[in-house]
Design a protein around this ligand. Structure first.
Ligand code: GCO
Ligand code: MN
Ligand code: MN
Length: 390
């Protein structure tokens, strides 16, 4: 078996919505039917996928009776069982129905805010029944085009009130959920509140149950904003807040492309994968991407699915090669000079340390003159990524 054959132990997941996607865009009609949820489970089962994630809407649509919902859920559970797939993450669709056209938890209308809570609690019940342990919040409509009509300070308060309420609901029901907040700067709103993963981390610290809330960063969302996704994820990981991740591909400054993982910026994807692997990230590796609109047959649609996972595994292998490469190791050693005397000066504040630092004589010219071989290191990385190690 090839190193690049996905295994369930790799924890690769896809959203139901990613393959329900029928290629429709704001300018054009569907180019394929999209898979229904049961067909999707059948198609994914043989490819080494671990599980699928879903919005309430993906499985249940909108406005079905309880009896109809129950029979859909029963059939879905049976097919999960038959295919050996699981549902690690669930979420609420608070953006498709026009009732949410001006937001859900941050809507100016208290009826809409209460309805959003009702829909979310019901969806959390369903997610729990399917075994989900992570619950994602992506507020696609929580934003504005006309700031004159909505108070952005109030929006933060409303968002906090909703998160605090739903954390309490999760605890009261005995659900074992961890919440993962997903930031996006824009699309579908002109501006979405709390637009970056960093903004979400700041918000989480203000919540009553901040310990059960983390982030779900997405490659495309930070990249649209021109940010370095690897850096955004690093901060979340270091803070113990990386509860989930949405992998895809994206060019900066474009509409939300949701490309196959690895399709764009292979170097940033490399650092991301290397970090997730080297720091032992244990959550799902979730692909929130969809096949290109040009994909209309199974071969190309499943080529997309296989490609996401294959690219991840190739980058994982490249990370191993990079870390084991003697040239890289030598250059990294030069870039990370050791000095035990200086290390001893650093660390937590003590008056002695402060005094020692204040009185220490530094060889400013000598330190400044040290070589920093970043050019050579980055070229070596390029060579390795391209498969050349002469
Ligand atoms: C988007 C978002 C969504 C969310 C999904 C799960 O840009 O549309 O990434 O796909 O991830 O709603 O919360
Ligand atoms: Mn997205
Ligand atoms: Mn996403």
């Amino acid at each position: 078996m090839s190193l690049f054959t996905p295994q369930k132990s790799d924890r690769f997941t896809f959203g139901l919505w990613t393959l329900q996607n029928n290629g429709r865009d704001p300018f054009g009609e569907p180019t394929r039917p999209g898979y229904d949820p049961l067909t999707m489970l059948d198609k994914l089962a043989d490819l080494g996928v671990y599980g699928v994630n879903l919005h309430d809407h993906d499985l249940l649509g909108f406005g079905k009776s309880i009896a109809e919902q129950d029979s859909i859920i029963a059939a879905f559970k049976q097919r999960l069982h038959d295919t050996g797939l699981c549902v690690p993450m669930a979420t609420t669709n608070l953006f498709t129905h026009p009732i949410f056209r001006d937001g859900a938890f941050t809507s100016n209308d208290p009826k809409v805010r209460a309805f959003a809570l009702q829909k979310t609690m019901r969806s959390m019940d369903v997610g729990n029944e399917l075994g989900a342990k992570v619950y994602v919040f992506w507020g696609g409509r929580e934003g504005a085009e006309v700031d004159a009509g909505k108070d952005a300070v109030v929006a933060s308060k409303r968002m906090r009130e909703a998160m605090d309420f739903l954390c309490e609901y999760s605890v009261a029901q005995g659900y074992d959920y961890k919440f993962a907040l997903e930031a996006k700067p824009n699309e579908p709103r002109g501006d979405i509140y709390m637009p970056t993963t960093g903004a979400m981390l700041g918000f989480i610290a203000t919540l009553k149950h901040s310990e059960m809330v983390g982030v779900n960063p997405e490659v495309a969302h930070e990249t649209i904003a021109g940010l370095n996704f690897y850096h955004a994820v690093a901060q979340a990981l270091e803070a113990g807040k990386l509860f989930h991740i949405d992998l895809n591909g994206q060019k900066p400054g474009r509409f939300d492309q949701d490309l196959r993982f690895g399709q764009e910026d292979a170097k940033n994807a490399f650092f991301l994968v290397r970090m997730l692997e080297n720091y032992g990230y244990k959550g799902s590796l979730h692909f929130d991407a969809h096949p290109l609109r040009t994909a209309s047959d199974d071969a190309d649609i499943l080529g997309f699915v296989k490609g996401c996972m294959r690219s991840y595994l190739i980058l994982k292998e490249k990370a191993r090669i990079f870390d084991a490469d003697p040239v890289v190791q030598e250059l990294l050693a030069q870039l990370n000079p050791s000095c035990s005397e200086s290390e001893a000066l650093l660390g937590e504040y003590t008056p002695e340390r402060a005094n020692a630092i204040q009185t220490r004589q530094f060889d400013v010219d000598g330190i400044t003159a040290q070589a920093l071989p970043y050019e050579q290191l980055d070229q070596r990385l390029f060579d390795i990524l391209m498969g050349i190690q002469d």
